[in-house]
Design a protein around this ligand. Structure first.
Ligand code: FAD
Length: 156
């Protein structure tokens, strides 16, 4: 795995959980320094839990429009399509998303979209979307299933 941000850390930890021996190449002194640590708003997913007309196509369209029609459409469609599974992956890995009083995952309105589709971590820090995969990665490192290698060392 090259990179240990949200994507790399969660993938490395998940692969290790499945029984693979993973080498994770990290560019900085800590996976926590990845860009992912800056994100604090939450993750948009077209689960339509609020029953307000959301759909994969609507998230795709909002994202294309939000990117001033400059994003690669195939990639954005894939993002919208897998958005629902990503929430489940995060929950399974331990991200403490906000829940309503009934215990179900809650959503908030975020980012100017016309539907309510943002899954947000509770409390502070809000960046637990990144911290949780990082902890899952550390757990697998502790178990000896992931070896984290500093890229600065392997580049030398
Ligand atoms: C201020 C801010 C707020 C944001 N808020 C939100 C939000 O609310 N909701 C949302 O969904 N998104 C948000 N985003 C976007 C989101 O954070 C990113 O899209 C996401 O974190 C990208 O994750 P990643 O794992 O793909 O990349 P990164 O987190 O950038 O991880 C990539 C990793 O790869 C490493 N790397 C790069 N090259 C090499 C190499 N050659 N060898 C080894 N390692 C390498 C990097 O050092 C880094 O650790 C926000 C972004 C910012 C900056």
């Amino acid at each position: 795995m090259v990179g240990t941000g949200l994507a790399g850390a969660s993938a490395a930890a998940s692969l290790a959980e499945l029984g693979y021996k993973v080498k994770a190449f990290c560019f900085q002194d800590s996976p926590r320094r990845a860009h992912s640590i800056a994100a604090q708003g939450g993750i948009n997913a077209a689960k339509n839990y609020k029953n307000d007309g959301d759909s994969v196509f609507r998230l795709f369209y909002d994202t294309i429009k939000g990117g001033d029609f400059r994003a690669r459409e195939a990639n954005v469609y894939r993002l919208a399509d897998v958005s629902r599974n990503i929430i489940d992956q995060c929950v399974a890995q331990g991200v403490p998303f906000a829940r309503d009083y009934g215990g179900l995952l809650d959503n908030r309105s975020f980012g100017g979209s016309q539907v309510i589709r943002t899954f947000m971590p509770v409390g502070k820090p809000d960046n637990s979307c990144c911290l949780v995969p990082y902890q899952a990665l550390e757990r697998q490192m502790g178990l000896g299933n992931v070896k984290c290698i500093l890229a600065t060392k392997w580049l030398m």
